[in-house]
Design a protein around this ligand. Structure first.
Ligand SMILES: Cc1cc2nc3c(=O)[nH]c(=O)nc-3n(C[C@H](O)[C@H](O)[C@H](O)COP(=O)(O)OP(=O)(O)OC[C@H]3O[C@@H](n4cnc5c(N)ncnc54)[C@H](O)[C@@H]3O)c2cc1C
Length: 306
């Protein structure tokens, strides 16, 4: 069984999700090759065959052109699986190449169980398992869903691909990074984060008070942001910020994969939740079973007295 991994490269660096894809392919039990549009002087740490196209020529983000480059490599390698990250880059490429390769596409995979792909359903409340019936399958893997036990290592056997100009029906005129306004949580040492378990918007002040008492920044899960209880700049997770503070206090947060992906590298995690079985317990160093609406004000008061 062979898998073609599609690495990601942004702002001159290999993205972490590339290494997650290598771990995923290993768990699948596949022999691998990798495709990347990146910098040939600074390839990913990888022991295997790497097809590298030059990002200086083709751009770091240019889906039409990258699709053509990737398809050439896929036709050459003839893999059973093409594995991409479930990122905006993967979302752009996966359907395009699935269409051309007449491949089944399995999106947002979080695990492999006995040869089946495990995917979230009902906004993460359920898991479903699927297998593909097509000869080639295109898979997108949710970032943060695998526990990476090994540090990336190795030097790839690199083959340069492309070189010529690639014509598509579209001209790519460039991209601009959106300037982030609001909180920069990536620099915070302490983060106190509010989940849906806080119950209502008024209780944001309770979590803010705890953050102030500990000397931390307020953060939140996506439902809290979607409800308008706090600003999007405070969202942690796959569609928010990725943080790694010394202390992360998760208040009424279930621990969905999309949230864990943004905070599981925190040095010390305290979770406060009424449900002892909440998945956040899998990453928490301390798990407090309590109602956050009672626990947070009591802790803030105690800290203020200390
Ligand atoms: C494409 C995509 C991208 C996403 N991106 C993100 C992202 O960037 N960030 C993100 O956070 N989510 C993201 N999500 C949503 C994610 O799947 C979850 O729905 C979300 O993280 C759940 O948020 P939550 O833990 O606040 O809410 P819930 O899952 O509803 O959990 C609430 C928790 O609070 C507990 N609780 C209830 N009452 C109390 C109480 N009184 N005291 C203490 N605990 C209590 C419950 O036991 C439960 O564990 C994304 C989803 C998708 C599909």
């Amino acid at each position: 069984m062979k898998a073609l991994i599609v690495g990601e490269y942004r702002n001159g660096e290999t993205l972490e999700c590339t290494y997650e894809l290598i771990a995923f392919a290993k768990k699948l039990g596949a022999e691998t090759a990798m495709f990347m549009v990146g910098g040939q002087d600074d390839p990913p740490k990888y022991d295997g065959k790497l097809y590298m196209a030059d990002s200086a020529k083709y751009g770091e983000v240019n889906p039409d052109v990258h699709t053509k480059l990737l398809l050439d490599v896929a036709h050459q390698e003839n893999p059973d699986y093409v594995i991409l990250s479930h990122s905006s880059y993967g979302w752009d490429l996966a359907p395009r190449i699935s269409f051309d390769l007449k491949a089944g596409q399995v999106s947002e995979v979080v695990d492999i169980d006995d040869g089946s792909f495990v995917l979230p359903a009902f906004n993460g409340k359920l898991h479903r398992k699927v297998t593909s019936k097509t000869g080639i399958t295109v898979v997108t893997v949710q970032s943060g869903s695998l526990n990476m036990t090994e540090q990336p290592s190795g030097t790839p056997e690199m083959t340069l691909v492309g070189g010529e100009d690639i014509e598509t029906g579209m001209e790519f005129t460039g991209y601009e990074e959106v300037e982030s306004a609001g909180a920069d949580l990536t620099k915070a040492d302490v983060i106190v984060s509010a989940g849906r378990g806080i119950g209502k918007q008024d209780n944001i002040s309770v979590i803010q008070e705890l953050a102030d008492a500990i000397g931390g920044e307020l953060a939140a899960t996506r439902p809290v942001v979607d409800a308008g209880w706090t600003d999007h700049s405070r969202q942690v997770g796959t569609s928010g910020q990725t943080v790694s503070p010394k202390l992360y206090v998760a208040c009424g947060i279930s621990g969905a994969i999309q949230h864990l992906a943004g905070m599981k590298k925190s040095e010390f995690i305290v979770a406060i939740n009424t449900d002892i079985d909440a998945p956040i317990g899998e990453v928490a160093d301390v798990f407090v079973v309590a109602d956050i609406k009672q626990f947070a004000p009591a802790l803030s008061a105690k800290l203020k007295r200390a």
